[in-house]
Design a protein around this ligand. Structure first.
Ligand code: IDP
Ligand code: MG
Length: 160
């Protein structure tokens, strides 16, 4: 029994989830949104958006020394993306599990990448890797006034 882990699961967090251009082009937007919606997390921000180069570079700045960085920026700016902010206790780690491993061939069946993609360079979806990055990325991709605070009708049936 690890009380600090239980406490962290109860902490309400926000994560930035994005359907990448390949997911949009392949008609997977509804399918990907559904995975998070059915799980029971709360959608607080959603838009279709053509990402400018400087935003893509800022979002992925930790990877800017990697050999694949220029192609990654080209990929993310190659067409519209669907930007989402999701809220819930434990949503950051849970969303990463729903998404699956970075390399879709290593991702477990049942995960988004495991079910819907075959290559790291076209892995259809992004998810923040920590609560701090969740906040940072939502701040980058959404403007003031684009997020909604609301109480879903099902809230009382999701948590005791
Ligand atoms: P993540 O998306 O699972 O968090 P990261 O390591 O943060 O994975 O990498 C960010 C994104 O950069 C990946 O989702 C993928 O689109 C791309 N990427 C990572 N490694 C490679 C690579 O070796 N080749 C091509 N693209 C890569
Ligand atoms: Mg990452």
């Amino acid at each position: 029994f690890l009380p600090h882990l239980v406490a962290s699961m109860e902490q309400v967090e926000e994560t930035y989830i994005m359907v990448k251009p390949d997911g949009v082009q392949r008609g997977l937007v509804g399918e990907i949104i559904s995975r998070f919606e059915k799980k029971g997390f709360k959608l607080i921000g959603l838009k279709l958006f053509q990402c400018p180069k400087d935003l893509a570079e800022e979002h992925y700045k930790d990877l800017n020394s990697k050999p694949f960085f220029p192609k990654l920026i080209e990929y993310i700016t190659s067409g519209p993306v669907v930007c989402m902010a999701w809220e819930g206790a434990g949503v950051v780690a849970s969303a990463r599990k729903l998404i699956g491993s970075t390399d879709p061939l290593q991702a477990e069946p049942g995960t988004i990448r495991g079910d819907l993609a075959v290559q790291t360079g076209r892995n259809v979806v992004h998810g923040s890797d920590s609560p701090e990055n969740g906040k940072r990325e939502i701040g980058l991709w959404f403007k003031e006034g684009e997020l909604c605070q609301w109480t879903p009708a099902q809230a009382q049936w999701l948590r005791e």
